[in-house]
Design a binder for this molecule. Structure first.
Ligand SMILES: *[C@@H]1O[C@H](CO)[C@@H](O)[C@H](O)[C@H]1NC(C)=O
Ligand SMILES: *[C@@H]1O[C@H](CO)[C@@H](O)[C@H](O)[C@H]1NC(C)=O
Length: 317
């Protein structure tokens, strides 16, 4: 008798209690379709929404109904299968959002698998779906959340509220470089703005945001010091919208720091260029007949002179 205990120890009661809680939890989650299952899919990819009966009973002759919960427009009919009769073989009633895009897995029905595939997932497909077996005893409903992950692209015209192309302005030459300003005028969703160079590096910049009448006005300034294509990129992640504007900033290397040396050098360049141009004109008007390669060489030298001259003048103007 010494091996028997009539009353459980506190630890044993705790274990029993936890086990009971867990089985109740299991039972509940079973009835509610094991919570909300989340499915993530990229925009334009196909989404498989899973729904299976644990009993694996053959669904061939049964009824199951997929609906999407909407906020405003209530529930939308996504897919209904009734003993072989469904939206892809003549049955009416499917919501137009899903027309021609939803199919079931015929070969899986005998395994109790009522999963569906939605082709070419769109933003609007995101949300909570229910998979319902209304004729089962007891009836069963499963919830599945579909999350369509947006790819960033220019969605102007596709959806309302997209930010228009930003404006780029070149401001002052400062000690830090040439100041570029990017401006967004009136975005209804707060945008994220960044300046980047042609290699995609994000540039340090200074942002100012103001809000007027529910619209966001943002300016972003950055100082640049190198010749490059600079892009101002505006992103509205919530709606997958991205738009940018680009500007090319040329920096001409300074030939001379000292202006007087500059002029002297300029004089030489001009003189040489004049000679070269005259030569070129003579060649062109055939006053001098060029019959061999040295002529081409001369033309080449002429163009180099003219080029240098142009660069020099652009630099000092
Ligand atoms: C149901 O069928 C789909 C499509 O073939 C499959 O991806 C899924 O894994 C199946 N589910 C179960 C529980 O077998
Ligand atoms: C340019 O710089 C000067 C002096 O640094 C300043 O007074 C002026 O407001 C600046 N202009 C712009 C457009 O930022």
């Amino acid at each position: 008798m010494s091996g028997f205990k009539l009353l459980p120890t506190p630890l044993e009661s705790l274990v029993v209690f936890v086990c009971m809680l867990m089985s109740v939890g299991n039972l509940l989650s079973h009835q509610h379709g094991s919570g909300v299952n989340k499915v993530f899919v990229k925009e334009h990819d196909d989404a498989v929404l899973p729904c299976s009966l644990s009993t694996r009973e053959n669904l061939g002759g049964m009824l199951f109904d997929w609906r999407k919960n909407g906020q405003k427009d209530g529930q939308k009919e996504v897919f209904l299968y009734d003993a072989g009769n469904h939206y892809n073989n003549g049955r009416q009633g499917q919501d137009k959002q899903f027309k021609g895009r939803v199919s079931h897995f015929q070969g899986q029905l005998m395994n109790g698998n009522a999963s569906i595939k939605i082709q070419n997932a769109k933003m609007a497909d995101s949300g909570i779906y229910s998979c319902d077996f209304p004729k089962l005893q007891p009836s069963q409903t499963f919830s599945i959340e579909l999350v369509v992950e947006l790819t960033l692209k220019d969605r102007s015209g596709e959806i309302p509220g997209t930010c228009p192309e930003p404006y780029i302005k070149t401001l002052n030459d400062t000690k830090d470089g040439l100041l570029l300003q990017c401006e967004v005028r009136g975005a209804s969703l707060e945008p994220k703005i960044r300046w980047q160079d042609s290699a995609g590096n994000i540039l340090p910049s200074e942002e100012k945001v103001s809000e007027r009448g529910g619209l966001y006005y943002v300016t972003l300034k950055t100082a640049v010091t190198k010749t490059d294509h600079y892009r101002c990129v505006v992103t509205q992640e919530d709606i997958g919208h991205q738009i940018d504007a680009e500007t090319f900033v040329p920096f001409y290397e300074k030939l001379c720091e000292d202006r007087s040396v500059g002029w002297l050098f300029g004089g030489i360049v001009i003189g040489a260029a004049v000679v070269a141009v005259v030569l070129a004109l003579l060649v062109a008007t055939k006053c001098i007949t060029v019959t061999c390669d040295p002529g081409k060489l001369m033309l080449c030298i002429v163009s180099i002179y003219i080029n240098t001259l142009f660069r020099y003048y652009r630099n000092i103007v």
